[in-house]
Design a protein around this ligand. Structure first.
Ligand code: EPU
Length: 430
């Protein structure tokens, strides 16, 4: 696949596209298959690079992977799980943090796990509390469980998605009871709990975000259809708004998107919820500015923020966005300013409550002044979500932009060029 495309913007995106399973669930459900004694089957699996990366990592650990890409069906047979070499894991995983999630399951299956160095402090602390021995060496981290893993009580300093998943996948087969306070309860996590329950786990989620797990000695494989990718759905919704278009996102579901839908409506976008998807459209007229804060579920997701900011450049007035999940998610606004947007970033917590980044040196609030016509520019994609947002900006901008680094986008957006074509976007590959 080429890494550079030329986009002729200024045309509304109109038509229908399909989203399949959520990247941030599918990759974890694939790892969960390691916990079962028998094969698992996952359906609605999107053809994105992250799925291929995790498939490769599972194969390195002896799992037999059979992926029917077109049907979206993934069969995983973990009967012969084995240790993999760290160099192979690192070469295969790149910067992905998924390898750390292999550790709980592998400690149960093999008594050991090796990973390279990544920002995983919450994860290591959790594994230690279960009784794992963490040995940091020059070339990576070696984990072992000489006395098995035992249930424990843990309170997260922040409701981290990955740390909650780590805990779930470690606790389900640990001896005794585990209680996690301040857990994250994103829909992708709840669907992982569905999968684990199908495998034989006993997990209770309380309304105060305490998760209680009663360990069981053995789990079996699962058969499951993945929940829809609400980040991809919201990305296309924002593309409809920014280009004054009309997009039916087949497969999008309402319950996981209520916070996004409320905000979309407040900005002036309209939507129609149907049985098989959601139609998002720009009704004409002016868009309205908003004050928005990202948060953990059931709040407004951090991954929805970047594409929506592109649409906010077209709203009449000042919008304020306070990013409270990640400290550094406004870097993508530089390129937007280069296209004519007026976005100013601040270190202060603007427009909402004080967050944990408030007294530190992070530009984590943004003020967006609109409407600003966007003009074409040469863009280099910085990362997955920022990259898709740049692409939306190029599609909304008058003139011909070049967008370089689009391979980063196919990490999480299935067949996005095919979808752009279906929506009438004008672009060429270099
Ligand atoms: N954090 C730590 N230490 C840790 C783990 C997390 O300090 O050991 C911090 C992070 O730096 C961040 C905050 O905790 O400031 C929240 O991170 P979290 O652990 O919740 O995120 P994650 O599990 O690494 C997943 C998704 C992200 C999504 C976030 C929040 C996957 C593979 N990734 O990341 O998705 O933004 O939850 O919903 O599930 C994406 O899809 O592009 C993406 C980045």
């Amino acid at each position: 696949m080429t890494d550079l495309i030329y986009v002729n913007g200024g045309t509304p995106l109109n038509g229908s596209i399909t989203v399949r399973g959520a990247k941030n669930f599918v990759s974890k459900a694939m790892v969960a298959a390691l916990l079962g004694e028998t094969p698992s089957e996952l359906r609605n699996v999107p053809d994105i690079r992250d799925v291929h990366v995790v498939s490769g990592l599972l194969e390195l650990h002896g799992v037999k992977v059979d992926y029917d890409v077109k049907a979206g069906v993934l069969k995983l047979d973990p009967s012969n799980v084995e240790t993999a070499h760290m160099a192979d894991i690192d070469a295969h995983a790149g910067a992905s943090r998924i390898p750390i999630l292999f550790c709980g399951p592998l400690l149960h299956r093999l008594g050991g796990c090796r990973i390279g160095d990544r920002p995983i402090d919450f994860h290591l602390s959790i594994l230690r509390q279960f009784g794992a021995v963490v040995d940091k060496r020059e070339n990576g981290i070696f984990l072992s469980a000489p006395n098995g893993l035992k249930g424990t009580k843990i309170e997260l300093p922040y409701p981290s998605v990955g740390a909650t998943e780590q805990l779930l996948m470690t606790a389900v087969r640990a001896e005794g009871i585990t209680e996690l306070s301040n857990a994250a309860v994103e829909p992708e996590i709840l669907d992982l709990i569905n999968v684990l329950q199908k495998m034989g786990a006993i997990i209770t989620v309380r309304t105060d975000r305490v998760i209680r797990i009663e360990g069981v000695p053995v789990l079996k494989g699962y058969s499951h259809t993945a929940l829809a990718d609400r980040i991809e759905a919201a990305s296309w919704a924002s593309a409809a708004l920014a280009t004054r278009g009309d997009i039916f996102v087949k497969g999008a579901t309402q319950p996981e998107m209520t916070a996004f839908l409320n905000t979309f409506r407040k900005v002036g976008g309209e939507f129609e919820i149907q049985d098989d998807g959601i139609r998002f459209f720009h009704p004409g007229g002016e868009l309205k500015p908003i004050v928005l804060e990202t948060d953990v579920h059931p709040g407004f997701m951090t991954d929805w923020q970047q594409p929506l900011v592109v649409a906010l450049t077209q709203a009449t007035g000042l919008s304020i966005v306070h990013e409270t999940v990640y400290e550094n998610r406004f870097g993508f606004t530089d390129a937007l300013n280069g296209m004519g947007a007026q976005i100013q970033v601040y270190k202060e917590c603007l427009g909402g409550t004080e967050c944990r980044f408030g007294q530190r040196n992070f530009h984590h609030s943004a003020v967006i002044a609109g409407p600003t016509p966007l003009v074409a520019r040469d863009i280099v994609v910085p990362d997955l979500r920022g990259g898709f947002s740049h692409l939306i900006a190029a599609l909304a901008a008058e003139g011909r932009s070049s967008v370089k680094g689009i391979q980063l986008i196919d990490r999480g957006y299935e067949n996005f060029m095919g979808k752009l074509e279906a929506l009438g976007a004008k672009f060429e590959m270099a």
